[in-house]
Design a protein around this ligand. Structure first.
Ligand code: NAD
Ligand code: 6OD
Length: 487
């Protein structure tokens, strides 16, 4: 049995408590590794190692050298592409075709983009006159690292979302302690080998494994040696972490849940809209925070759209990650499937028409232990149905007709969340108008999950606090110090 260890101060260590937990394959249900849980002692050691590296070799490394090192990290991820791919697919069960195009390449890109960006950040300067003597005064800004950053990450895009935080944090000169999801610990651990191979000083990148409450997640976010906490996950978890961060008034950057709306106007390119919404609803088995669980379709094309999306859902091949034809892998775990299935039942109780799916598919013997689920489409629910209001995080969506642009905007905004939206229309003015009125962090027009890493990323309302991406990441990962010089 493979062991997944904590990575602290450049070395792989188990927890002093000797506690381990099983990491199960979502595809078969078999145990694929034993993960060594970090206790308070390991979290403390990781934070201390991170502080020592910050005060030592990392803090004094010239910026060009630091940036070059992060480029090497990206190159090494690419060199070990298959190791990362195998680990990610084993932990998540997602199709190889997906992980090889999105998860692993982004893992490398997240280091490159921020290594390049940090070399080109201008500083501000203001000249003024000293009112007491008319002398000249120069103010200029210096960006300094925030310190030791706790990175708490989820299971749906494990390497991608973890490095999306680690890349900018390290580029800005911080050190990190990562708490990956208990469901997907392996690629975070593997990244330790990459750091060592590239010569990143010990203590710059640390990983502690475990759960949230009363485990590594809580120990880390409550640790007084942590200067900032960057988190991706559920809004309820963010609420708990925010309370932990209040002690010591630590900064937080949160990317959280969504209940994202897709709006399809009758003038949209129909085939592209259907394909786009199908991807937004079903890719990664619906486990994408940016995914579309509420679809609003202009009435004249409603029936045709429902039929076309149904055909897309039913054409998805559910199967093993290694099969290149697989379009839908399993959910991450049986626990998560229980939650998604509870919404499938609730939809029926709430009066939905089940257009397709609604249950568990029959799978061949070898895959019978996996957390498989059918892609599901509903119509006919009221706007206050739980299934329409709460994030499900599965391969499902509810489709509802609308009659006017104003109604579509009102419906899309009728949610506590504000992460993303996708608008489908060929009317240019309408596209801009609608995108500008949906209260979200990211509005896609005639597209979905197209990412330019220089742009701001984050959520409005209960979907997040702050923005990351490009120079926006600097706002969280650095402190801006003003130096005021009397000339
Ligand atoms: P989660 O909130 O359950 O867990 C995320 C991480 O937080 C895990 O590492 C977990 O161990 C840790 N954690 C849990 N409780 C904690 C606590 N009290 N203190 C410290 N750490 C704690 O989320 P998940 O189930 O792993 O991921 C799915 C959720 O993440 C969905 O809600 C999804 O929308 C959201 N998500 C958001 C984005 C985004 O960019 N906005 C991206 C991906 C996922
Ligand atoms: O692309 C990204 O940078 C990002 N944070 C994606 C989030 C996806 C959520 O599941």
């Amino acid at each position: 049995m493979k062991d997944v260890l904590n990575f602290i101060d450049g070395r792989y260590v188990s927890g002093t408590s000797g506690k381990t937990f099983a990491n199960r394959s979502p595809v078969t249900g078999d145990v694929i590794s034993l993960v060594h849980e970090a206790g308070k002692a390991e979290v403390d050691a990781a934070v201390r190692a991170a502080r020592a590296a910050l005060d030592g070799p990392w803090g004094s490394m010239p910026l060009p050298e630091r940036a070059a090192l992060l480029h090497r990290v990206a190159d090494e991820i690419n060199r070990r592409f298959d190791d990362f791919l195998d680990a990610e697919v084993a932990d998540t069960g997602k199709p190889v075709s997906l992980a090889s195009h999105i998860d692993i390449p982004r893992g490398a890109a997240n280091f490159k983009i921020f290594a390049d960006m940090i070399k080109n950040v201008p500083t501000e300067a203001f000249e003024m006159t000293d009112p007491s003597d008319g002398g000249r005064v120069l103010n200029y800004g210096v960006r300094v690292p925030k310190g030791v950053i706790a990175v708490v990450s989820p299971w749906n895009l494990p390497l991608l979302l973890m490095t999306w935080k680690v890349g900018p944090a390290l580029a800005c000169g911080n050190t990190v302690v990562v708490k990956p999801s208990e469901e997907t610990p392996t690629t975070a651990a593997l990244l330790g080998e990459v750091m060592n191979a590239c010569g990143v000083p010990p203590g710059v990148y640390n990983v502690v494994h475990g759960f949230g409450p009363d485990s590594a997640g809580e120990f880390l976010t409550r640790h007084p040696g942590v200067d900032g906490i960057t988190f991706t996950g559920e809004t309820s978890t963010g609420t708990a972490i925010m309370k932990a961060a209040a002690d010591g008034v630590r900064a937080v950057s949160f990317e959280m849940g969504g209940k994202n709306a897709g709006i399809v106007f009758a003038d949209a390119d129909f085939d592209k809209a259907v394909a786009g919404i199908a991807r937004a609803a079903f890719v990664n088995c619906g486990q994408v925070c940016l995914g579309t669980e509420r679809v609003y379709v202009e009435r004249p094309i409603f029936d045709k759209f429902v039929a076309a999306l149904k055909a897309k859902a039913e054409a998805l091949k559910i199967g093993a990650p290694s099969d290149p034809d697989t379009g839908l892998g399993p959910l991450i775990s049986h626990t998560h499937r229980d939650k998604v299935l509870s919404y499938y039942r609730k939809a029926v109780e709430e009066g939905a028409t089940v257009v397709t799916g609604g249950g568990v598919p029959d799978m061949p013997e070898a895959l019978a232990g996996g957390a498989w689920i059918q892609p599901t489409i509903w119509t006919g629910l009221s706007d206050d149905a739980a299934v329409v209001r709460e994030e499900i995080f599965g391969p499902c969506c509810h489709i509802r007709p609308f009659d006017t642009e104003e109604e579509a905007i009102r419906l899309a905004n009728d949610t506590d969340y504000g992460l993303a939206t996708t608008v489908w229309t060929q009317n240019l003015s309408r596209a801009h108008r609608v995108a500008g009125k949906i209260d979200v962090g990211i509005a896609w027009v005639n597209s979905w999950f197209l990412r330019d890493l220089r742009t701001a990323f984050g959520g409005a309302k209960q979907s997040g606090i702050g923005r990351e991406g490009g120079v926006h990441s600097l706002e969280f990962y650095t402190e801006l110090r003003n130096v005021c010089v009397k000339l």
